[in-house]
Design a binder for this molecule. Structure first.
Ligand code: ATP
Ligand code: MG
Length: 183
């Protein structure tokens, strides 16, 4: 799964709409300290369903909504959309006819939130399942943050195994088995 585009509005320091196009090859983001480089990674993680504000370097989820500056008022809503190229058809069969898959997440200051796949409202579970076994996801190995390599080296065998299971594509089946056994 390759990211084609990221649209950000009202998320952290991105007050106005910003569209980032990811071309073929490697994309590098450079800029002075505090300009918003890590906020881009937070936006990717958030749109893919991250539920823990601390993993987005905040205390509460509301902290991801633009909080205002000297010249701008705070925003009432944050929205991030991520567009994936689906030509390799790695996604679940339900999405195989789509050349692109767009996932959107919105959060309002009153706590209301919305998730959409290709502009149709869906559940968080649909987004989690969409990414399961693709290596992409809020906590998957597609995002290697500071300290992750060291963590993997010193991880317990069971922890390292979950990474191999994600790559092998069995995470989805394990999750479904767990749900079935609970019913
Ligand atoms: P470094 O090079 O130091 O890692 P960076 O480019 O990764 O810097 P970020 O951590 O992405 O920088 O951005 C930090 C900036 O984002 C800070 O200026 C902070 O005030 C701003 N910021 C974070 N959350 C919000 C918010 N909710 N509203 C407005 N600005 C925010
Ligand atoms: Mg940073």
């Amino acid at each position: 799964m390759k990211i084609k585009r990221l649209d950000i509005i009202g998320f952290k320091s991105f007050v106005d709409k910003v569209s980032l196009d990811f071309q073929h090859g490697i994309t590098g983001v450079v800029g002075p300290n505090g300009c918003g480089k890590s906020n881009i990674v937070d936006a990717i993680r958030w749109v893919m369903g991250e539920q823990n504000a601390r993993h987005l370097r905040g205390r509460a989820m509301e902290d991801i909504i633009f909080g205002g500056s000297e010249s701008r008022k705070p925003h009432g809503m944050a929205q991030v959309s991520i567009v994936f190229d689906n030509s390799a058809k790695i996604c679940p069969p339900a999405y195989k006819d789509y050349a692109e898959i767009m996932v959107t997440r919105r959060l309002y200051r009153n706590g209301d939130s919305e998730y959409l796949i290709n502009k149709t409202a869906c559940r968080l579970l649909d987004i989690t399942e969409l990414f399961m076994d693709t290596g992409v996801g809020a906590r998957a190995y597609s995002i290697i943050e500071q300290g992750k390599v060291g963590m993997l080296i010193s991880a317990k065998p069971e922890e390292r195994r979950s990474l191999i299971e994600e790559a092998a594509g069995v995470t989805k089946f394990k999750a479904r088995k767990k749900t079935a056994l609970r019913k």
